[in-house]
Design a binder for this molecule. Structure first.
Ligand SMILES: Nc1ncnc2c1ncn2[C@@H]1O[C@H](COP(=O)(O)OP(=O)(O)OP(=O)(O)O)[C@@H](O)[C@H]1O
Ligand SMILES: [Mg+2]
Length: 373
């Protein structure tokens, strides 16, 4: 096909291709009823002048945390103007100034006018507005672990939660969203005494839940009968083995594109094969690129050892010879590689305390070497 043909060709198997974009918010949010209920209960009292309740929202990647908050905030805003809901992505906004500017923007429709204006002035305007209008403020800090990395968390939590001390009657609340399940947040004593959150857990989806969700995406994204139940099973299988719903959603979009490029009206087994080959090496490449130097060295040692029964203690000795480090640091590196699904750690029940661990590589060494450039 010529470029003109490709651009002009308007036949498509996609009913709505945006359904596979990363920022698409699905109409149907399946299997999260209890979490939505728990989140709503935190806000409900404030509709009648009561306090907001704080929550920590925890769950591994792609378990619907961000979607839940966005859907809830949308709903609340449709329903009442008694609560101002502000969603903040802490990967993008980490300083006090940035965060209070975001809150300000949500309230007044624009960012604070001058640059270099002190945070205290922005803060005061926000709180006075709340007080004068008898509105409550709920702030969701998504991926909040980034605030802890930048050490800004204490002050920001404190500013938000203690507003009532300076501005009498002002009601504020926080949702802290954590996706790194290994991450344990630690707050200063004085913040700890005011931040006593309810914990709302987003468990990983089961195979059947993933299938339901992917099926809904298929219905919204493709015309009927574009994808068979069997191929959907295989896509779910792949998604569930990786444990990340995003992989499945991306894969569906990719399959649609591959089938269209093949001028096919349906998605076939051969398209799935092509998609799997390209997507697995892309995601492996991304993971490897983001490894720290120490994580990389450890992974290289595991590959070099070619040992099917590689004992963690021996691996530590090898690594320590190359780059001296404590056993605890070694342990953290090992857990990180497991978290990234590069290795499996298995307990053998052997060793002096019965806790010897064996390290197993999840990929073929050749595949890793190919992607590690
Ligand atoms: N229950 C669900 N129903 C429909 N789509 C869902 C559901 N849960 C998650 N998704 C979809 O999966 C993707 C990831 O969801 P989301 O961004 O909400 O996850 P998250 O828990 O915030 O992940 P992370 O920890 O990586 O930030 C999105 O495309 C979202 O639309
Ligand atoms: Mg998220």
């Amino acid at each position: 096909m010529s470029i003109d043909d490709i651009l002009m060709h308007d036949e498509t198997i996609f009913r709505d291709i945006r359904v596979f974009n990363p920022d698409y918010v699905p109409d149907k949010f399946l299997h999260r009823e209890s979490q939505m209920e728990a989140l709503t209960l935190c806000l409900r009292p404030a509709l009648r002048g009561g306090k907001l309740m704080n929550a920590v929202v925890v769950g591994s990647c792609a378990t619907g945390k961000t979607t839940a908050i966005k859907k809830l905030f949308e709903k609340i805003e449709e329903y009442s103007d008694k609560i101002i809901c502000v969603y903040i992505n802490c990967q993008l906004h980490t300083t006090r100034y940035n965060i209070f500017s975001q809150i300000y923007q949500k309230m007044f429709g624009h960012l604070p006018p001058e640059t270099g204006i002190p945070v205290s002035r922005i803060y005061e305007k926000i709180m006075k507005h709340l007080k004068n209008n008898d509105q409550a403020l709920m702030v969701a800090l998504d991926d909040v672990d980034h605030l802890f990395h930048s050490k800004n968390a204490n002050k920001i939590f404190y500013d938000i939660l203690r507003a009532y001390e300076e501005f009498e009657g002002v009601r504020t609340g926080l949702f802290a969203v954590i996706s790194d399940i290994e991450f344990r947040y630690i707050l200063d004593k004085n913040v700890n005494s005011i931040f006593i959150p309810k914990e709302i857990v987003f468990n990983p989806y089961t195979y059947n839940e993933m299938r339901d969700i992917l099926k809904e995406r298929v219905k919204a994204g493709f015309y009927p009968d574009v994808i068979s139940e069997e191929i959907l099973d295989e896509v779910t299988e792949e998604t569930s083995s990786i444990g990340d719903l995003r992989v499945g959603i991306d894969l569906l979009g990719l399959l649609g594109n591959i089938a269209e490029a093949d001028a096919s009206r349906t998605i076939e087994e051969r398209h799935l094969k092509t998609a799997l080959e390209s997507s697995s090496s892309i995601s492996l490449k991304n993971t490897l690129e983001n490894l720290s130097e120490k994580e990389r060295t450890l992974l290289e040692l595991i590959i070099e050892s070619e040992d099917q029964q590689l004992i963690a203690g021996n691996l530590y000795k090898n690594l320590n010879d190359k780059k001296p480090l404590s056993y605890a640091s070694f342990d953290r590196l090992l857990n990180k590689l497991e978290f990234l699904r590069l290795i499996d750690i298995k307990f053998t029940g052997k060793g002096s305390k019965g806790n010897a661990r064996v390290i197993v590589l999840r990929f073929h060494p050749q595949e890793i070497n190919k992607c590690m450039v």
